[in-house]
Write a protein that binds this ligand. Structure first.
Ligand SMILES: Nc1ncnc2c1ncn2[C@@H]1O[C@H](COP(=O)(O)OP(=O)(O)OP(=O)(O)O)[C@@H](O)[C@H]1O
Ligand SMILES: [Mg+2]
Length: 684
């Protein structure tokens, strides 16, 4: 119990999973909380010094992931306290340590994550009155630093905001990004920044974690760099503090190297089109008015075939580009793939077999990947040369640079393939993951184990003929090990050298000294086989983690190619046109359609034109009957601009779109375009 109390002392804010044999046990308050949250039966343990019973409950360790998922979903943190030495070799009580703390923003089990959405841990820092007002009024503004890390992929970014407008922009970003967990200094005023619903889990930590020097140190160590200039963070104390605190927190709680977190991007708010949360909602960009992906713009145009591509496209839609050059690059890439239908078809077919490389490599880096994960990773790397071959004839510069980033990481691919069997178990501890011929020591142990089993089989035959008992069997169970079983009718023929071990309903069980000798050989070897396999697997996983950077480059390139091909597919199938995006002020769309509504009204959709510019057509006042199509018209203009600036073709005959830095839209709150109901209809 002392060990437990020590662990609890260090992790007061978490439920402690205390490993005892095949179970994780919880005690005291933790037991009461977990029993309620997980519907577990509460029991009690021998009385403590005061004479009262200690409440406890437990879960089998092999089912832990499911229980962890449920607890984390409810917003709890869990500290996992493992036996860190072999129970058989330990003198006295086995040493235990907290090996990992899981929380809503750091948990990465597949059952907890959404395949097609990121999972963000966010660091927030408020620095009061420290930023100079660049407008010249001379007052000091507050500075806000925000960092964002998707532990499941290693995506890492930071931003800074200043003053009251910055504060609003930050609040908007938080509402859009929907972090699973926010890390804040316990003494900071974070309450007013966070949305009420859905409220992210908040983890308040010691303010010194956000101390600039400490944060800089944590960052440079993690990113393995001397200075932060290369990441655009040199003069960004807010962003640096937030990012450094995140890294520190993660390393503390995950106790892993996090080799997949190896670079950070500084995001300038002005680097992307701003779409505030109400606009996103009213335009139904990533979720429909019913909160589903289906019926939204994303649901309509997402033709990606990998989950990585799907996540990336969603990211593009939340941050459309404002750089003319980058928009053109993407549009050219999409255009070529739209025309090259053969290559596009082949590519998309091939990409269907691509696994979630980003999350697989992250699992390797966090030490949670199993043999099946590494095989999936290896098979995905093996598709890379074929992707390159298919796209080789293409000429768009973006496609070319993506192809150049593709790396099949041949050393890792070949090593994994040579080491792991074709259909390995999910976990290394299940045994049988490593191929024969990989490791001489393992092969020798397997030889001993097989030899022992053959000897036991031979012994069964020999004993049958010696005793004349045809039904004599040599069997195995965990309690007795190997034993000889003889049925009741044959007990008279049992020789003297059999030692009776147990009586069962149909007969009796015996052992002999020779049998026990074979058994020791087999069991000793089996145990060492498993140890050796786990050691070999861990070494392999570490090698994969060490190559995380190259694998991530490939993953990113594959995701980008998937998105470009997906947008091309949408353009080709739904007859979209390439917009002419320019830095003037003229917006001109002929025969434009609403990408979602046109799908629901079929061929009956009536296309509309629009002309807007800074001189003669600054405003449109649109009137018309209820259910006349006003809201649809307004939205389709906004959506076409958004689509153009993520690099997509647009639903129109012709489109000329000026680079736009912000979209505002407010539409009658409750109309439902996918169902064909206008504001008036709903209100009726
Ligand atoms: N261009 C179009 N072609 C065909 N059908 C359309 C078109 N525009 C809108 N519709 C259909 O008409 C329905 C109503 O459109 P919308 O919501 O835009 O009307 P509204 O003018 O905004 O009405 P209200 O004044 O009640 O808000 C849509 O849900 C859609 O089914
Ligand atoms: Mg309307």
């Amino acid at each position: 119990m002392r060990q437990y109390l020590d662990a609890k002392q260090q992790h007061r804010d978490a439920i402690v999973f205390f490993r005892m044999g095949d179970f994780y046990e919880m005690f005291y308050e933790d037991a009461l909380t977990a029993a309620r949250a997980l519907d577990l039966t509460l029991t009690s343990r021998s009385k403590n010094a005061g004479g009262s019973a200690i409440p406890m409950c437990g879960i089998p360790h092999h089912a832990a992931d499911g229980y962890l998922t449920r607890l984390v979903q409810k917003g709890f943190r869990v500290a996992i306290c493992e036996q860190v030495e072999d129970a058989k070799k330990a003198k006295g009580i086995v040493r235990r340590e907290v090996v990992r703390v899981v929380s809503p923003g750091t948990f990465t089990e597949a059952g907890y994550l959404e395949d097609r959405e990121p999972t963000f841990l966010m660091g927030l820092v408020v620095q009061r009155g420290v930023a100079r007002d660049r407008g010249g009024s001379g007052t000091d503004l507050d500075r806000y630093g925000m960092a964002l890390l998707d532990v499941s992929t290693g995506e890492f970014a930071a931003t800074e905001y200043r003053g009251d407008t910055g504060r609003q922009a930050l609040a908007d970003d938080i509402a859009v990004l929907r972090p699973r967990e926010c890390l804040v200094a316990s003494d900071s005023e974070w309450h007013s920044l966070l949305p009420d619903a859905p409220a992210p889990a908040v983890t308040a930590v010691d303010p010194w974690l956000f101390d600039l020097e400490r944060a800089r140190h944590a960052l440079t160590t993690q990113l393995d760099t001397a200075g932060l200039e290369g990441f655009g963070l040199s003069d960004r104390p807010g962003a640096t503090a937030a990012a450094g605190a995140l890294v520190h927190y993660l390393r503390e709680t995950q106790k892993a190297q996090l080799a997949h977190v190896r670079s950070i991007t500084f995001r300038e708010t002005a680097d992307a089109m701003v779409i505030d949360p109400p606009t996103l909602k009213h335009l139904e960009v990533v979720t429909s008015s019913e909160g589903t992906r289906a019926g939204s713009l994303l649901g309509e145009i997402d033709q990606t075939v990998t989950v990585m591509g799907s996540r990336l496209l969603r990211g593009w839609m939340l941050r459309p580009l404002v750089s003319l050059e980058r928009v053109h690059d993407r549009l050219d890439g999409v255009e070529e793939l739209a025309f090259r239908s053969v290559e596009r078809g082949k590519l998309r077919e091939l990409l269907k077999s691509v696994h979630d490389l980003e999350r697989l490599v992250a699992r390797a880096a966090m030490g949670t990947a199993g043999p099946r994960d590494l095989v999936a990773l290896q098979r995905t790397l093996a598709t890379v040369p074929r992707v390159r071959a298919i796209l080789d004839p293409l000429q768009a510069p973006l496609t070319g640079s993506l192809l150049a980033e593709l790396d099949e990481v041949p050393d890792i691919r070949d090593t994994v393939e040579a080491t792991l069997g074709d259909a390995p178990p999910a976990l290394a501890r299940d045994g049988g993951a490593i191929r024969d011929g990989v490791d001489p020591e393992l092969d020798e142990l397997r030889g001993i184990s097989r030899g022992g089993k053959e000897q036991i089989a031979a012994m069964e035959a020999a004993e049958r003929s010696r005793t004349g008992i045809g039904s004599l069997k040599i069997r195995f169970n965990r309690v007795f090990g190997y034993y000889i079983e003889v049925s009741k009718a044959n007990l008279h023929a049992v020789p003297d050298d059999y030692h009776r071990k147990q009586t069962i309903a149909g007969g009796e069980r015996f052992i002999t000294p020779v049998l026990k000798e074979y058994e020791q050989r087999v069991l000793g070897a089996d145990e060492r086989i498993l140890e050796r396999e786990i050691a070999l697997f861990d070494a392999l996983r570490d090698r994969v983690a060490a190559a995380a950077g190259r694998i991530q480059d490939s993953a990113r390139a594959l995701a980008n190619l998937d998105v470009l091909a997906g947008l091309a597919e949408t353009a080709a199938v739904h007859d979209y046109t390439k917009p002419h995006v320019h830095d003037g002020d003229e917006l001109l769309i002929t025969e434009g359609r609403h990408p979602v509504v046109e799908r629901h009204v079929g061929h009956g959709f009536v296309p509309n034109d629009v002309t807007l510019n800074a001189s003669s057509h600054q405003v449109i006042i649109l009137t018309g009957p209820n259910m006349g199509g006003k809201s649809t018209y307004l939205r389709q203009v906004a959506l076409s601009v958004l689509l153009a600036q993520i690099g997509s073709f647009v639903p129109a005959n012709r489109a000329k779109i000026p680079i736009t830095d912000r979209i505002f839209a407010r539409v009658g709150a409750s109309d439902n375009i996918a169902r064909g109901q206008s504001t008036f209809m709903v209100e009726m």
